[in-house]
Ligand binder design. Structure first.
Ligand SMILES: [Zn+2]
Length: 78
């Protein structure tokens, strides 16, 4: 079977999507936005959602900086 570049790209994408913890930085920012909003409303967040936020930050220093800054802000909000 011969794969054209488009199919290879699709396969690569599926492989990436298969890892539940893998999110791109731009997806991650969306999740963090939800995370922050929920925190501000005092909502409970699912462990799965929290885990995916922290999982990405753990492997991505710029996002970890972002998350730590947000955590500090949220703590300051009280
Ligand atoms: Zn990132």
């Amino acid at each position: 079977m011969k794969l054209d570049p488009e199919q290879i790209k699709k396969l690569a994408q599926q492989t990436l999507d298969a890892k539940p913890a893998h999110v791109s930085c731009s997806d991650w920012i969306h999740r963090v936005g939800e995370f922050v909003e929920a925190r501000l409303r005092g909502d409970e967040l699912s462990t799965e959602r929290l885990r995916s936020v922290w999982q990405h930050a753990k492997d991505c220093p710029p996002c970890m900086d972002e998350l730590e800054a947000l955590e500090r802000l949220l703590d300051a909000e009280g």
